[in-house]
Design a protein around this ligand. Sequence first.
Ligand SMILES: Cc1ncc(C[n+]2csc(CCOP(=O)(O)OP(=O)(O)O)c2C)c(N)n1
Length: 706
Amino acid sequence: MSNELLLTQFGQNAGLVREFYELYQTDPDLVPEEWRAFFGSLNGSLQVNGQVAYQVPASEAVPREAPASSLQAQVTLLIQAYRSLGHLRAHVSPVSRGIFRAPDPSDLETGGLSDHLSQSFDCSGLAGQATLPLSEIVSRLQTTYCSRIGFEYTHLTDPNERRWLQERIESQYPEASALTASDRALAVRKLIESDVLENELHKKFPGVFYFSGLGNEVIVPALEILANYAASKGITEGVIGIAHRARMIVNSCVLGKPIRNLLPEFEDNTPTTYMGFGDVKYHARSLGTKQTPSGREIKLQVLPNPSHLEAVNSVVEGVCRAKQDRLQEDKRYSILPILIHGDAAFVGQGSVWETLSMSQVDSAATQGTLHFVLNNQIGFTTNAADGRSSNYSTDMAKAVEAPVFHVNAEDVDAVCWVSKLALDFRNEFKRDVVVDLIGYRKFGHNESDDPSYTQPVLYSEIKEKKPLSENYQKFAIEAGAVTSEQAKSWRDAATQEFKDAQEPVNKPLVGPASPLHGKLSAKPSSTKVPREALERIADSLTNFPNDFHLHPKLKAQLEKRVQSVKDGDAIEWGVAEALAFGSLVMDGVGVRLCGQDCKRGTFSHRHLVLQDYQGGQDFSALSNLAQETSGVRFDIYNSILSEYACMGFEFGYAAEAQDKLVMWEGQFGDFANGAQIIIDQFIAASECKWQQLSGLVLLLPHGYEG
Ligand SMILES: Cc1ncc(C[n+]2csc(CCOP(=O)(O)OP(=O)(O)O)c2C)c(N)n1
């Protein structure tokens, strides 16, 4: 087994271990004491289960009394250490709870470089330079990689992506990352609005749950400024999945949901809840349209979701994919999925991984998703040490090659800059990216919870913290971006809006329990299909291009299928299905079928996508038929081996594409209960809870033998 393979036994920490080992080989003092002891016990090679896992090639080991070339090697290692591990030393947490640990890469004394600070070295393109004095190399690395953002991007395997990020980061952060004066003013206003709304809700509805977002309220200016930026970059619509935390301020202060509409939900005073339908306020859908400074409009929607954390992720993706499927290839990116997670849920809920895992596959890719983690460093009462085995809660995102940016949630400028960087990366490379907003939770888990039972020390620190709106307002005034009069007028206006919004709360209720009431009817329609149409569909099954090479075993089988339609006799299940799908696409109804091994069919019964026996192009008879007749799409996909996220995705797709037949197929029917949350919370209940329709069909072939 190769060294690299053996290293994989350290899992995602393999790179870290190797780098530590290389540093150790250069100089044992470069690594922390415990690592020194560990490597020291290995007798010159890194071993796992008695086998050599990694041996620094003799040519790479640098002696302590180093000649110039070895000094350069040490400088290169130093730069590499900052780029790949600097995030572990960045000041990303606004509270003193320590979740990060790493050796100090700037410890030049032990690295033997301190006598060479004025000497120039090759700096691996740092700041666009070929060489720089060591003192400048170190200070630049320190301010870029160990300030208020922790950048994780060296795990990306594509050198273009790494280089793109490296150049942006090293040329812009922190010097060129400040917000403009007008964006600072906007951020102050949004923070004030969030603060006022939360405080007023607290006063008016003591103990009523709305899951305060304070401590991570930076998400509000971040989304606001991001929406403006996204619109200027051609994004026309953002579809957001967000759990309970901070949802009120996102809905009201970003999507513009009027407080007048919010308050009745707090009093359970809506026609829907009177009828025993509906859902709690922090699960509701919200829609907004923004006119942005670039003159372009952007639509935003928060999808409704159940309490089941992270369940909505794949639904958001499905909705976005359905929207993207209506667009030309070069416009698909204009629909942006945004998923806002909790730190504990992100690492704990399987749906997160399943959805990440789908992010690049043919059936479900959505041009990259922007993830925000509202990382308050706690899950209800549970600390990170009990809540996860990984260093960061975001670590699994690295497995799909998503860059991860950890950012101090009290540094508004840094948060907004890195959010824009994340969007640009997503637009450029069409892959997921994560912004981990490291903040805190101002209050308890909910509005009647006392967090001092479980985190007494942390909460005595949090109690002393000033609201971000105050701190940032002071900063923006000092920077000349706003005046104190402006800030006061925004605070007064927000308070007044809340006051005014209370007036209609006690008015009598009018309106239907559901906007769908009386609007739905099953229109009977004829399902007859003319014989000629059926024969055309059958013929299409073998209408191969001249250069297509059919698998020899399929020839007779397919010919028999065509003949059975002509004879009108002995029509197999797979043929009947093809006739049903084919007749729909000929009538102009798009069809999408997705599930495990769907293209061939689990029981070798479908064969709707045929592989060329000599490695040429696949043949999809019904896709061709759809294009030739009505121009709609017939899409059939093999999904990843998941039920939960895949069914959620198809639910979202079907909810958005109501003009199509959308089907999810279970490999065997009994596996469907891997997606029980989607069945119970979305398929069975979405109309009643959120007036959300979805025509998703579940195909559940029976059998226990799978
Ligand atoms: C699937 C699921 N399991 C458990 C819960 C109960 N629950 C609600 S919030 C929460 C803690 C979530 O922590 P985190 O993801 O960090 O978000 P935070 O509330 O801290 O913002 C738990 C356990 C839930 N809503 N959904």
